[in-house]
Design a protein around this ligand. Structure first.
Ligand SMILES: *[C@@H]1O[C@H](CO)[C@@H](O)[C@H](O)[C@H]1NC(C)=O
Ligand SMILES: *[C@@H]1O[C@H](CO)[C@@H](O)[C@H](O)[C@H]1NC(C)=O
Ligand SMILES: *[C@@H]1O[C@H](CO)[C@@H](O)[C@H](O)[C@H]1NC(C)=O
Length: 245
């Protein structure tokens, strides 16, 4: 202890006696001063620093921001200033020492059924809130979306929505279904009309054919008649000259 006190006094005297040799930041003591020699200093290097004047013979190792603890470098170490660490993206600082983050936690993830009320920052965790009734969210949105209003869209509700999932509607519009049924009926009626018309037409053709078949004998009769007529004419002509004679 006596020796320490003596050395301290000696150093103080020494420093006071030779102010320019006051140990500057970024330096370490190479050799202590004596009554005959000023203190000699040497700059810190190789990942070390000295951020305040001191009589230390060793520079202090620079802080390393531990990547596996969610930290990263904000400011690189110099001979006069230590490293400043900050949280990585998606992390927030839970322990700050001398302006540098020492420990960081991951931002909380909002759950399905919750929305992000406040996005997390480097110094504050994310804040989540539960979706209000009639809305839903998967936890990644800044708001909850309202359920699809199936009824007011004229759609049949298949499954009502809850805080995590949307309502599910029957995509077939009831009016559309009705119009399809009506169209179907109309088509059926049209088909029946066409079939009936076709049947009638065929019947008519059949009638015509029969009519043609039926009209054949009268034709022969007619020719027959004409022959008879000719015959009678001939016979008449034959008779006439006789009469004329
Ligand atoms: C200590 O430094 C001062 C200022 O530069 C100088 O005047 C003095 O001679 C030095 N002393 C020794 C012992 O070197
Ligand atoms: C990192 O540096 C920026 C300025 O470049 C500063 O605003 C921020 O607060 C720093 N972060 C920490 C953790 O010191
Ligand atoms: C919400 O509905 C979905 C699908 O029907 C279901 O899987 C889920 O468990 C429901 N969630 C809650 C909180 O009721």
């Amino acid at each position: 202890l006596l020796l320490n006190v003596f050395l301290f006094l000696l150093k103080t005297i020494c420093i006071e006696n030779s102010l320019p040799f006051f140990i500057l930041t970024g330096n370490r003591v190479k050799t202590d001063c004596t009554e005959t020699a000023n203190t000699s200093c040497v700059a810190c290097k190789g990942g070390t620093h000295m951020d305040q004047p001191s009589g230390r013979k060793q520079c202090i190792h620079c802080t390393i921001c531990d990547l596996s603890f969610g930290l990263k470098e904000n400011r690189t170490c110099t001979s006069t200033l230590d490293t400043v660490c900050e949280p990585q993206d998606g992390f927030y600082c839970v322990d700050l020492a001398a302006g540098s983050c020492v420990a960081a936690h991951k931002h909380r993830q909002c759950q399905p059924g919750e929305y992000i009320r406040q996005t997390g920052t480097a110094f504050r965790d994310t804040e989540c809130s539960v979706c209000s009734k009639g809305t839903f969210s998967d936890g990644t949105l800044k708001f909850c979306r309202p359920h699809r209003p199936c009824e007011s869209l004229n759609l049949k509700l298949i499954r009502p929505g809850n805080a995590t999932t949307d309502a599910q509607c029957d995509e077939q519009d009831e009016n559309v279904v009705l119009s399809w049924i009506i169209t179907g009926c109309l088509l059926l009626i049209l088909l029946i009309v066409i079939l009936v018309a076709l049947c009638l037409f065929r019947k008519k053709i059949g009638c015509l054919k029969r009519a043609r078949k039926a009209s054949s004998p009268p034709q022969s009769v007619q020719s027959c008649e004409s022959r008879t007529v000719k015959h009678t004419q001939v016979s008449y002509q034959k008779h006439t000259p006789k009469k004329g004679k």
